[in-house]
Write a protein that binds this ligand. Sequence first.
Ligand code: MG
Ligand code: ZN
Length: 216
Amino acid sequence: MHIVQPGTEIDVLKQNNKIAHENYRLLKQHNIKSIDFMGSIGAGKTALIIKLAEKLRAKGVRVCAIAGDVTGDDDYTRFEKSGLESVNCNTGHECHLDANLIKKTLADINLDDYDVLFIENVGNLVCPADFPLGTDLRVVVVSVTEGDDMVRKHHDIFIHSDVAILNKVDIADAVDVDPEVIARDYNKLTGGVKNILKCSVKKDQGLDEILAALKL
Ligand code: MG
Ligand code: ZN
């Protein structure tokens, strides 16, 4: 939980946004395209980032990742094992990354060595939406295993994200979820303007469409 005293929340968010702008400028100075991946625990953020990074690295793009978690280095270890250069970023107690944590983490990265930065946020569909990190794009990842009501229950994160991804569509039947329901909800939420990108990271389906949507 991020616990904020009544009345101080505005200041906390203002301060976060100020540092997010600094992060954005720093990343632009180094010509880095950056993306914040948000979503629940188990949505498949780590696996998605690994696959996207593999595809980019095959094209000669230099990719770095920041693994955000409350504690531990499981995702960081998965990134490193896949050959993706990464930095671990533990929040300690907070259930979301914030711009200041990313500012400190960026100080440990040789920014001239990379073209793309992927940030995996802490598994959570609520507060990461309130804390922009200064990335070019924000992405929300959900999977069919979370049920067909994710968009209806979590408007904020879908509205605050530039791109929405629905993972594990290959097992939609097994979990009795109709991906079209989620797709319809998202399209409706965005005023009929945007469509959720369906994919299966495991089956390597829909990933090129995601790279295209992320302009990578
Ligand atoms: Mg993960
Ligand atoms: Zn939080």
